[in-house]
Design a protein around this ligand. Structure first.
Ligand code: Q46
Ligand code: ZN
Ligand code: ZN
Length: 312
């Protein structure tokens, strides 16, 4: 096969697009896909200040690089999760990327600033580590975006991530989650606007983008990912993709086009999976001031239960 654009030597084949690309046209393809997602879903406006949640992995490094290449103002935000060497190395890649370009990387370290880490939180809770990790990251991402006055919080969720989450939510008909399964969540209720500009690229493509561009990233999988059911859903969808190229894309974008709206409407009309119609009253957490339906938000409860320390 030759490059679809210049007929040069190919570096990657993309069966779902029935195409192959040389290095230059592949990186252009990635930028074009991100630009298309941003435009299609109205993710970022001209002049917006973006904060990219950077884990040091391929997806967040790739989206940070692509946004800068596309001319967006994008700072980074990294959370030190305290997951042994994995976190140390991940942080180094995020810092290296920022330092080489002279751009801003905001950092929060769970141990230093909140007196706990993810292994501790996982040990104290009866749930998989990703549960307290996800809760911590979501809270800190939102806080950093709001405190820094950013217009948009950018995360590196790719097509594989979104299709796997959708698959899990469909299997259990999680109506409330399905109603929010969108590549853009507008600002509101004390939360920043959140966007996922990588939804048109797979993780194989973001990894290839980083390798071709010589961007260093954390190659190791998180050692605490065991029990994360999304990984198994991803594997199931990878098998489906092998059987039928493009099925992931069709599944995810078909949902957005054809099936999202009734879920949004149901939730707007007061649907509750518990069957109890209790209007959620949002207030401010008495510890940290973040928007919460409880007196003390879930993050502050996690901090208190895990470390006995109150966040500042
Ligand atoms: S870092 Fe945290 Fe992930 Fe590790 S513990 Fe799970 S959520 S897998 S993206
Ligand atoms: Zn080419
Ligand atoms: Zn709180």
């Amino acid at each position: 096969m030759r490059c679809r654009v210049c007929l040069g030597e190919v570096v990657i084949e993309l069966p779902r697009h029935n195409a192959a690309f040389c290095p230059d046209h592949f990186t252009k393809f990635c930028r074009d896909q991100v630009a298309k997602a941003i435009k299609e879903f109205d993710m970022i406006n001209e002049g917006d200040r973006c904060l990219v949640a950077v884990s040091g992995g391929k997806d967040s490094i790739a989206i940070w690089d692509i946004l800068l290449e596309l001319g967006y103002a994008a700072d980074g935000f990294y959370v030190g999760l305290g997951i042994d060497d994995y976190s140390d190395v991940s942080g180094q890649y995020a810092r290296k990327f920022a330092a080489e370009r002279g751009i801003k990387l905001i950092e929060v370290d769970l141990r230093e600033q909140y007196d706990y880490d993810i292994p501790q939180a996982a040990a104290k809770s009866n749930r998989v580590p990703c549960s307290s990790c996800g809760l911590s990251k979501r809270h800190l991402f939102d806080k950093a975006a709001l405190d820094g006055g950013y217009d948009v919080l950018v995360t590196g969720h790719n097509l594989d991530d979104e299709a796997a989450v959708l698959y899990g939510n469909v299997l259990r008909w999680q109506v409330e989650y399905l109603a929010r399964q969108k590549p853009v969540l507008e600002a509101g209720n004390g939360l920043p606007k959140k966007v996922k500009p990588l939804v048109r690229l797979t993780e194989r493509e973001t990894a290839a983008y980083c390798i071709i561009k010589g961007l260093d990233y954390q190659v190791e999988e998180c050692p605490m990912a065991a029990g994360n059911k999304h990984l198994q859903f991803k594997e199931a969808l990878n098998r489906a993709e092998e059987a039928s190229a493009g099925i992931k894309n069709a599944f995810y974008f078909g949902f957005l086009r054809n099936a999202l709206e009734p879920f949004e409407r149901a939730v707007a009309d007061g649907y509750s999976s518990s069957g109890i119609e209790t209007p959620v009253v949002l207030g401010a957490c008495i510890r940290c001031g973040s928007t919460s339906s409880a007196e003390v938000c879930a993050f502050c409860r996690l901090v208190e239960n895990t470390a006995g320390a109150k966040p500042t």
